[in-house]
Design a protein around this ligand. Structure first.
Ligand SMILES: [Zn+2]
Length: 298
């Protein structure tokens, strides 16, 4: 157990200017505003990250991909992104990655380090995918491994979509356990995680939480993590526009409580990132992420 409970990492540069888009790119500052206006969270520490630098990115990404990315060129490596390729958008990814790195570094002092950005789990070493140009959790994991040789990393990915980038990147690394619970019959093309739970459309809170409980128990018997990364996607939500899981807002709070309690039982620090969220009402997405912040700050 660490002496300090939780810290938030946030930069105003996380926001993207996409105009009308299924990805609510202004969500980061809206979550921040909700936190700032909550008197119960008034004492919580908020840290601003630096941009990730090229050396950080090279821990995961290939030089040829980074060359294409920073030339802002549409090539076979960048074209699978569903976002525009502009300097300001790549810059916001650099801050998001920097935030997850910062959270990982603060994990030695805090139980819960919550990056209000990050969770770009569809990004591969040599290509972009979905809404993901740079894989923050993979980069922070590689950096953690360099700074803490021989330690074990658990990546818990409860976003609606499989964390295919992380599953691929760590497929041959037994010191990284990738756990992804996701809707099975939608994007992306699946990679093999250490533990995949493929869910049917229509699943509701009770069954979802039961499967989560069973898998956490299963992981605990097999693997002893030294740090946990948790992708707390808001998109398993019942009114999400990209998915068909039927998890209520309260169900998602219960999900987060289970990860919080699991981390405390394992007695390790957890880095939380927001990942996806495409609720039909964008305020719901903001509310789900804000609820996550509260669960990990109680
Ligand atoms: Zn997602």
């Amino acid at each position: 157990m660490k002496s300090k409970n939780s810290v938030i990492i946030y930069s105003p540069f996380y926001n993207l200017d996409l105009g009308r888009h299924v990805f609510p790119a202004q969500k980061y500052s809206l979550i921040y505003d909700r936190i700032k206006s909550d008197s119960k969270l008034k004492d919580i520490e908020i840290v601003a990250p630096d941009r990730a630098n090229m050396e950080d990115l090279e821990l995961v990404h290939t030089n040829s991909y980074l060359d294409d990315l920073f030339s802002y060129e549409h090539t076979f490596r960048t074209m699978y992104s569903e976002l525009p390729l502009t300097r300001s958008i790549i810059d916001s990814f650099l801050f998001g990655v920097g935030g997850t790195i910062q959270a990982m570094k603060l994990a030695k002092d805090y139980n819960f380090c919550f990056n209000l950005g990050g969770g770009y789990h569809h990004s591969f070493p040599d290509k972009a995918e979905g809404f993901c140009y740079l894989n923050d959790v993979a980069i922070a994991t590689k950096m953690y491994q360099l700074e803490n040789p021989g330690k074990n990393v658990l990546i818990i990915d409860l976003d609606l979509h499989q964390g295919n980038g992380n599953s691929y990147i760590f497929q041959d690394d037994p010191s990284v356990f990738t756990y992804s619970m996701h809707q099975g019959n939608i994007y992306p093309k699946k990679e093999e995680s250490t533990l995949d739970l493929s869910l049917e459309p229509g699943i509701k809170d009770k069954e979802y939480l039961k499967i989560l409980d069973e898998s956490l128990l299963n992981i605990k018997m097999k693997f002893k993590p030294d740090i946990i990364f948790y992708l707390a996607g808001a998109d398993p939500y019942e009114y999400d526009s990209l998915g068909e899981l039927k998890i209520s807002m309260n169900g998602l709070k219960d999900r987060d409580r289970r990860i919080r309690d699991f981390s405390l039982e394992c007695d390790v620090s957890t880095v939380i990132v927001t990942a996806g969220g495409y609720a039909k009402d964008p305020d719901d997405t903001v509310c789900i992420h804000y609820n996550s912040v509260k669960v990990f700050s109680e």
